[in-house]
Design a protein around this ligand. Structure first.
Ligand code: BGC
Length: 256
């Protein structure tokens, strides 16, 4: 297997997805395998799913792993939608190495998706300010200027007014895809909420380009007609492959 091939893994609130990635081309070279995220969110349960992926792919090389939380110096600092305290302070890369014997690099899931889009997808070659937003169980965000990432930007946690509860709550509890599903919102209703969020984010960052990714990316024909933004806004080209590709790309760059 070529040295540029890395096993990319994207840990999400509902599924853990993996594929072998050619990190030079930014492409999958295997099928994508999805295993439902175990309902007990803890290190052992996540590691057992990662071990399953490693054995499905008969893998012994590098692993790049996207995690839905802040990652600093390879330590998990937050895990809002997955396990909370169970992961805080842990070095998931080291745990993967112990469990599977593979060198692993861990990165915030939205940062990973953004890296893939900026290198290989909808933001390729863009020298300006690009904001990646991933909409799924939560809302992830990543900002780039001239292709350079400012890591761990948590715009899904901006506080907004919730009209129903009449109080300020974090944006991802108002307009994530999980909220759309659990509140049975029509696409138009969800888009109205999301447009308010876009307006707010735009007033803070003034991006030149917004890329919309995450689970919602594959349903763009349902909602893009309702989306309004003061910046140019496009759907992720790599769709839900972006998180896996970006995590693999970073592992290749960071693990020598
Ligand atoms: C987390 C982010 C993550 C996003 C998408 C949020 O709840 O705080 O770190 O990128 O969900 O998974």
């Amino acid at each position: 297997m070529k040295k540029s091939v890395v096993l990319g893994i994207d840990i999400g609130g509902s599924g853990v997805k993996g594929a072998l990635v050619d990190t030079q081309k930014g492409e999958f070279i295997s099928e994508r395998i999805r295993i439902p995220t175990p309902s007990a969110h803890n290190m052992d349960s996540i590691l057992s799913v990662i071990e399953k992926l490693v054995s499905e792919f008969k893998w012994s090389g590098r692993i790049g792993c996207g995690f839905p939380g802040v990652i600093r110096s390879q330590k998990i600092e937050t895990a809002a939608n997955i396990g909370g305290r169970a992961f805080i302070g842990k070095n998931l890369g080291k745990e993967i190495k112990k469990a599977c014997g593979c060198d692993a690099w861990v990165i915030n899931d939205a940062d990973a998706a953004g890296i893939a889009e900026v290198k290989f997808g909808a933001g390729k070659g863009c020298k300006k300010v690009v904001l990646m937003l991933t909409v799924g169980t939560g809302i992830g965000s990543a900002i780039f200027s001239d292709g350079v990432l400012l890591p761990n930007v948590e715009f899904g946690h901006l506080r907004m007014r919730d009209k129903v509860q009449k109080k300020n709550i974090i944006a991802e509890k108002i307009c994530s895809d999980a909220v759309r599903k659990s509140h049975d919102l029509q696409w138009k209703q969800w888009a109205q909420r999301f447009n308010k969020y876009l307006e707010y984010v735009h007033s803070l960052v003034w991006p030149d380009l917004i890329i919309l990714g995450g689970g919602i990316a594959s349903k763009s024909e349902k909602f893009m007609k309702y989306i309004k933004s003061d910046s140019e806004i496009v759907v992720a080209e790599l769709q839900n492959r972006a998180g896996i590709i970006g995590a693999a790309y970073e592992a290749r760059r960071m693990i020598k």
